[in-house]
Design a protein around this ligand. Sequence first.
Ligand code: MG
Length: 164
Amino acid sequence: MTAGWRVGIGYDIHRLVDGRPLILGGIEIDHPQGLLGHSDGDVVLHAVADALLGAAALPDIGDLFPDTDPAYKNADSRELLAEVVRKVAAAGYRPNNIDCIVHAERPKLSEFKDRMARSIAEAVGLEPGAVNVKAKTNEGLGALGSAEGIACTVTASLVLRIDD
Ligand code: MG
């Protein structure tokens, strides 16, 4: 890779079910339902990971952490993300900034945005000001609008590690 900086995009969606904790951006949010998944179901950290991997043109998290591998059952997505940051570093880059949109009809996430952003920043080794989280409802439209699940879209940029 020769470019001094790179941009990537990530997306993830998980179904909301009873009997699971709701974990978004590495923080637990009090809600009657949580996200179904082989790992902890954290759509936000999964989308962040794929944005970082995409920017580095590395294999995606489905390739790196297959949901058929028992090692990742109920895995803490912060640990998966730390491994992603190590792979990005091995490719010669480090995270520069991250911008997230969480698509959730319920629960209302506005009061959690700052905590999620700080948690993501800590997980990838960025200053809090380099991570942004926005929360959007789906205006009642479709499966997301009827709160069947939560999705997340992320863009991330990387810069060369030469100044580390
Ligand atoms: Mg996922």
